[in-house]
Ligand binder design. Structure first.
Ligand code: CO
Length: 147
């Protein structure tokens, strides 16, 4: 029994959801303002990377909404600041903002959403993903990297 369980246990410890594939990623957000990862490393050969966001909490989108927004790391704080004014009707993403490289809608507990990202030309630069719901970006953020 022990010999059979050990490999599975080791896999469970070291294979987080983000490491399962280089081209598709699933991130979870919860009611405690947390993303399940702070690093997404995609492979340039993917061409398109799919990110799925799952809200594992119970709170509604207008209370504890989460989205996945991607921008260059140098732009992200300014985008996050401008996002507040965009409002929930715009999923807290400034309409037409070219600094926003990808964004999902805002979701609430139990919901999920996804976005496809064209990663061609993104290798070697630093990007930041974050939740643009007001007040969330300072905690709910991470590095997006294409290698
Ligand atoms: Co959020």
């Amino acid at each position: 029994m022990r010999n059979k369980l050990l490999p599975a246990l080791v896999l469970a410890l070291f294979a987080g959801p983000v490491m399962a594939a280089d081209c598709e990623f699933t991130i979870e957000g919860n009611d405690a303002l947390q993303f399940s990862t702070n690093l997404i490393e995609a492979n340039a050969s993917c061409g398109t990377v799919k990110v799925t966001l799952k809200h594992t909490g119970k709170l509604a989108a207008n209370v504890m909404g989460h989205n996945f927004v991607l921008s260059a790391s140098g732009d992200f704080q300014a985008v996050a600041t401008d996002a507040v004014g965009a409002g929930l009707d715009n999923n807290y993403v400034p309409p037409g903002d070219k600094r926003v490289l990808a964004a999902t809608k805002i979701i609430g507990g139990g919901e999920s959403t996804s976005v496809d990202i064209d990663v061609s030309g993104m290798a070697g630069k630093e990007y930041t993903f974050f939740c643009s719901f007001p007040g969330h970006w300072s905690i709910m953020k991470g590095t997006f990297r294409v290698k």
